[in-house]
Design a protein around this ligand. Sequence first.
Ligand code: SF4
Ligand code: SF4
Length: 132
Amino acid sequence: MSAVYRLGGEGCSYFQQGRCTRTFNRDEQDQARCQLLDARRKMGVKTLDRLERLKRLADEDDREVARRHVINQNIKAISALTCPGFVASGGDGSLCLHQHLIYCLMLLPGCQGRCDYYLRRRDHRDQEGRAG
Ligand code: SF4
Ligand code: SF4
């Protein structure tokens, strides 16, 4: 009896670098969030909060000096954030190759081949159409 092989999932809309990005499970989604992106976002929220509080300063010059200080501190703090799995994706080097939207591909399950949820990508459909 011959073995049955599952077709690859490369042409699926959910397929990204060998991972399956289709997950509707809230816990899985939370666990797969990019930690670096989350840390940067939290830092940004803190900075906005500090900038908001500076509006209480009556003197305009003091406000400007404090505003620059807070922004510089924010840039330094954000630049110091790291992730052990970070791989620069090119450009200005701030984006990680493994990042997909708000998720880390390394934390998503691998595609096990074409499954019931396979959703053919448009570009793949065009290629298949031309080949056929
Ligand atoms: S490896 Fe990249 S995408 Fe994954 S958590 Fe780290 S920075 Fe985010
Ligand atoms: S074929 Fe199935 S497992 Fe593979 S990426 Fe698509 S939905 Fe995910």
